[in-house]
Design a protein around this ligand. Structure first.
Ligand code: ADP
Ligand code: MG
Length: 326
């Protein structure tokens, strides 16, 4: 199978919204009048972001999911994406499930594959997504990292820490029972981008980010961009893992769970801030998008991030987020 046959067989489909899709030198998109484009790229490298033997269907899903998660964090609606793919060989047994995983998530979000590039090389997947956010009365509705205000509540969507738990189980750093590992692994390999929640939070959240490198580090970016500080209640945070409590408690210590939750990464949930005046609106946005949200702390004047226990007493913060070059 040659390069062009590969593209046509696995990636080219009839266009739906794009003016021009795969097959010419450029794709053409027609932006909706009154909207801004939101654009983001993410690269997945074998050995760095995924194991060589990972299920190709899950890998296709995840490659797009991590990109859609950035659109979610901006409150953007997905439109289209491009796929730059380096492959060691044109292997139908790999390409078929990979493209199915990729394109089924794309269909679920009505996000079209409009172009890309295909070369031979060590497996490497780079996706660029295009989305849009409305401009209302001259103001962009995009959720940014820089909008958090002193006194705002801090929330996270869904569950945190399970992806990291799976990683430790797969690496043999933690001995996990089969069932627990299987459930945690789903969160690692097929994360859910919170697109509907991000869109529902437009005009409600003051700031947002997606949690890819670990909650404390990612929230730290919001604090820095907003020039504020925060405190997080660890007694609430400890309840954020999805995995069944009994299994978890037998297999892990509270300190290990908290490390997964606060600094684990690969969760692709949203962390966001909103005024206490709009708590009802936040709950409505959560209900409308069928996404759980949990209030875990508050934005404060004093810069930096503090962890507290149930009594409000400070806990030493020993957690570090992921950094490729640290
Ligand atoms: P060019 O050489 O002009 O960059 P290519 O020959 O590389 O174009 O690609 C041919 C067409 O196939 C282009 O429309 C390109 O966007 C598309 N394409 C290439 N690789 C992929 C891919 N992995 N997924 C989707 N579209 C792709
Ligand atoms: Mg090319």
């Amino acid at each position: 199978m040659g390069e062009f046959e590969l593209i046509v067989r696995y990636f080219k489909r009839p266009t739906r919204h794009a003016v021009l899709g795969i097959g010419d030198d450029c794709a053409l998109l027609q932006p909706t009048p009154g909207c801004q484009m939101a654009i983001s790229s993410d690269m997945l490298v074998e050995g760095r972001h995924f194991f060589a033997d990972v299920d190709p269907f899950a890998l296709g899903h995840k490659a797009l999911a991590v990109n859609l998660s950035d659109l979610a964090a901006c409150g953007a609606r997905p439109l289209a994406f491009t796929l730059a793919l380096a492959l060691p060989k044109a292997d139908a047994a790999w390409l078929e499930p990979f493209s199915r995983g990729l394109l089924s998530l794309a269909d679920a979000h009505d996000c079209e594959l409009v172009g890309g590039d295909t070369t031979k090389g060590p497996l490497n997947i780079c996706i660029t997504v295009f989305g849009e956010v409305p401009v209302v009365n001259g103001r962009s509705q995009a959720l940014l990292r820089s909008g958090a205000k002193v006194g705002d509540d801090i929330y996270v969507s869904g569950t945190l820490g399970d992806a990291r738990l799976a990683l430790e189980g797969l690496r043999g750093q933690l001995a996990l029972p089969q069932g627990l590992l299987a459930r945690a692994r789903q969160r690692l390999e097929t994360p859910t981008p919170r697109i509907a929640l991000g869109m529902a939070l437009r005009g409600i959240a003051t700031a947002a980010i997606d949690v890819s490198d670990g909650l404390l580090g990612d929230l730290g970016h919001v604090l820095e961009a907003s020039n504020v500080g925060a405190c997080i209640d660890t007694t609430i945070a400890i309840g954020l893992m999805a995995c069944d409590a009994d299994d978890l408690e037998a297999a892990t210590t509270p300190a290990a769970r908290l490390a997964c939750i606060l600094a684990g990464g690969d969760d692709y949930e949203l962390a966001f801030t909103a005024s206490p005046d709009v708590r009802d609106a936040v709950q409505n946005a959560a209900a409308a998008s069928s996404t759980r949200v949990t209030r875990i702390g508050q934005i404060q004047t004093e810069t930096g991030l503090r962890l507290v226990d149930a009594q409000g007493a400070p806990i030493t913060n020993l957690y570090r987020s992921f950094d490729h070059f640290a």
